[in-house]
Design a protein around this ligand. Structure first.
Ligand SMILES: [Zn+2]
Length: 195
C-alpha cells in the first residue's frame, strides 16, 4: 500500500478477511468473502468510480491506493447472496457521493453468517450441573429461572436444559431469554400453558 493512502475496507473474522460492501438500492453494509485463488473474482471498486477525470474521482485517487482496490480477489456476491455494487468508504472517505463511510456490517443475514465463522465458545463445565438442577426444578414445579448467565454460555445452557427435560420427561420444554436481566427461564409443557 502506498504511504498514507487507504486500501480495501475489510474486517477480519476468525481467519478470513471480508470486504465491507454496498448493494444498489439499499443502505445496509454487507460482507464479501475473498474469492478462492483458482477462480477469478472482482475488484472492490468498479473502474468507473476510480477513473473518469472528474473532481470526485480525482479525490478518491488522492485518498485511496487504487491498485489494491482493482485487484480481482473478491467473490461476485455478498455472503447473503446478493450482487454488490462497490465497497463502502471507510477512513479514506466516501467513494460515491451517495454513500456514507461505514466501518461494520449491518446486513442481518451477513451478520448471522459471520457469527458462524467464529469458533464455538468452550462450554463451561458448570453448564451440565446447572442444566440438571433446572431440569429437576422444572419437573417439580414446571418452571425455573436462572439468573446472570454469561452471554457466551446461553446457547449451550438452553440446549442442555431442553435436551435433559425431553430425555427425563418425554415432553418438550421451552427456554426463554430475558435480555435485560440476563436470565433464562425454562418451562415444561404443562407449566407453559399456565404462564
Ligand atoms: Zn448481506
Amino acid at each position: 500500500m502506498r504511504d498514507g493512502l487507504h486500501g480495501p475496507i475489510v474486517i477480519t473474522v476468525g481467519e478470513s478477511v471480508q470486504l465491507l460492501a454496498a448493494v444498489s438500492g439499499g443502505d445496509a453494509v454487507h460482507l464479501v468473502r475473498r474469492q478462492k485463488p483458482t477462480v477469478p473474482g472482482r475488484g472492490a471498486v468498479p473502474d468507473h468510480y476510480l477513473t473518469g477525470g472528474d473532481s470526485e474521482r480525482d479525490a478518491v485517487g488522492r485518498r485511496y491506493d487504487v491498485e489494491p482496490l482493482r485487484e480481482p480477489i473478491w467473490e461476485h456476491t455478498t455472503m447473503c447472496g446478493r450482487a454488490w455494487a462497490l465497497m463502502v468508504g471507510g477512513d479514506g472517505g466516501t467513494l460515491s457521493r451517495y454513500r456514507e463511510p461505514a466501518f461494520a456490517p449491518t446486513c442481518r443475514r451477513c451478520l448471522t453468517l459471520m457469527d458462524r465463522l467464529f469458533p464455538a465458545p468452550a462450554v463451561d463445565r458448570r453448564v451440565p450441573v446447572v442444566a440438571q438442577k433446572v431440569a429437576d426444578v422444572v419437573r417439580e414445579h414446571g418452571y425455573a429461572e436462572v439468573r446472570e448467565v454469561p452471554g457466551d454460555q446461553l446457547a449451550a445452557l438452553r440446549k442442555e436444559i431442553r435436551s435433559l427435560i425431553r430425555q427425563q420427561t418425554g415432553q418438550p420444554a421451552q427456554t426463554l431469554v430475558h435480555r435485560v436481566a440476563g436470565s433464562v427461564t425454562a418451562s415444561g409443557q404443562g407449566a407453559a400453558r399456565g404462564l
